[in-house]
Write a protein that binds this ligand. Structure first.
Ligand SMILES: NC(=O)c1ccc[n+]([C@@H]2O[C@H](COP(=O)([O-])OP(=O)(O)OC[C@H]3O[C@@H](n4cnc5c(N)ncnc54)[C@H](O)[C@@H]3O)[C@@H](O)[C@H]2O)c1
Ligand SMILES: [Zn+2]
Ligand SMILES: [Zn+2]
Length: 382
């Protein structure tokens, strides 16, 4: 089969690799019809993780079931399914509590928790930017889709990661009807957080970024765009909230946060959130931070640390939630919102391309080139 193979920093190639297959009785084999490039792939693509060369990416996957192991009860050949990016067993201590983001079985390292397809430090699982995908614990991990699966693939594929992840940010931030909320980052995840805040009834959603195309998308769903290359985003939020600060906020950027000129400042978004959110407000951080970042420019960041404004955070009595999103906690309900026509996460999609076009797509998406807001790959044909 063909797959988008990682060759080293900023280099991927579409190559022949061994076919994915059913290896255990509980596996499901999926012919991948739709798979996205994610901002999380870019940390790996840029060589800022220890992702191994020769492996392939792809954790936002959807497709058609073409084979099931003997131990699979529910999922059937022919089903259209979307897979949470978290690989999870369903029966460990964490999965039982709904914390499939920290599965203890799918992660082979006993000192770690959580697994994902085609991801650094998240277990051995192959990615889905390929023609075929092996889905372990298939009954637990497959979310089945209805007859509109193909027609609305660009919506449903967002259930693999970014729609539930954006929703999780708003859940950790406690966004409730009437709230005024601020989101740092208008990448795909930030835009999904903005959509989720709207679904949850926020009265005002403010989105901070500096890319006009991404900010326009935020405005297209009724959010207020704040361009931090033009204004101080903290002051802009205070102005929008009678000087009190937002009720809650979401971090959707991660450790490669930078100033508008491109200089990395891994503490920028967290500290601006502390300043932008009111006393006692909540912050949900889904942007990725890592325990080691050897490629960082300063000593703190190399050790996974940031100069966090703990004093102001404590003084304001704020709360903070963080980590990988437990996709399975939300994907079914969000699927039903899509099916009912009440959510259309595909508004962020700028490109639907073949697998062969992936190397070029990686370059453009990585450069955050104007108009490259979300890339959907179609291994079975566009
Ligand atoms: N927790 C999870 O489960 C989960 C899931 C998916 C993605 N992620 C992470 O979420 C983050 C965002 O993902 P994405 O796909 O949207 O990525 P992206 O890189 O496309 O978007 C990030 C956006 O943040 C903006 N930005 C950078 N510095 C900023 C700053 N100081 N202030 C405001 N905006 C700033 C960039 O201009 C960009 O538009 C990444 O770290 C990704 O790894 C986490
Ligand atoms: Zn992703
Ligand atoms: Zn588990």
């Amino acid at each position: 089969m063909k797959a988008v193979v990682y060759k080293g920093p900023r280099e991927v190639g579409v190559e022949d690799v061994p076919d994915a297959r059913v290896e255990r009785s509980t596996d499901v084999l999926v012919r991948v019809t739709t798979t996205n490039i994610c901002g999380s792939d870019l940390h790996m693509y840029e060589g800022r993780t220890d992702f191994e060369t020769g492996r392939w990416f792809g954790h936002e996957n959807m497709g058609e079931v073409i084979e099931v192991g003997d131990g699979v009860d529910k999922v059937q050949v022919g089903d259209r399914v979307v897979l949470p990016f978290n690989v999870a067993c369903g029966h460990c201590k964490n999965c039982e509590r709904g914390l499939t983001n920290y599965c203890l079985t799918a992660q082979p390292d006993p000192h770690m928790a959580g697994a994902a397809y085609g991801f650094a430090d998240m277990g051995p699982w192959a990615g889905g930017q390929a023609e075929l995908l092996r889905v372990p614990w298939g009954d637990f991990n497959c979310l089945r889709l209805g007859e509109d699966a193909d027609e609305r693939a660009a919506d449903y594929v967002m259930l693999a990661d970014i729609f539930p992840t954006g929703y999780h940010a708003t859940e950790m931030a406690g966004v409730s009807p009437g709230d005024q909320t601020v989101i740092y980052g208008a990448g795909p995840v930030g835009l999904m957080a903005a959509l989720s805040a709207t679904i949850r009834g926020a009265s005002k959603v403010m989105v901070v970024d500096r890319h006009p195309d991404r900010l326009r998308l935020a405005e297209s769903i009724g959010a207020i765009a704040i361009d931090d290359s033009q204004v101080d985003p903290v002051e802009a939020v205070l102005e929008q909230t009678l000087g009190l600060g937002a009720d809650n906020g979401c971090e959707c950027v991660g450790y490669q946060a930078h100033d508008p000129s491109g200089d990395e400042q891994p503490n920028a978004t967290m500290n601006k959130l502390v300043q932008s959110v009111r006393f006692t407000g909540r912050i949900g951080c889904v942007g990725v931070f890592v325990p080691q970042d050897p490629g960082a420019s300063d000593e703190l960041a190399r050790n996974g640390q940031i100069a966090f404004d703990q004093g102001l955070f404590w003084f304001k009595g704020q709360h903070l939630g963080s980590g990988q999103a437990p996709v399975k906690k939300y994907n079914r309900q969000l699927r039903d919102l899509i099916a009912a026509g009440k959510a259309e996460p595909s508004f962020i999609v700028s490109h639907q391309l073949s697998l062969d076009e992936a190397p070029e797509a990686y370059q453009h998406f990585d450069a955050r080139d104007e108009g490259w807001t979300k890339v959907v790959l179609k291994p079975a044909g566009v």
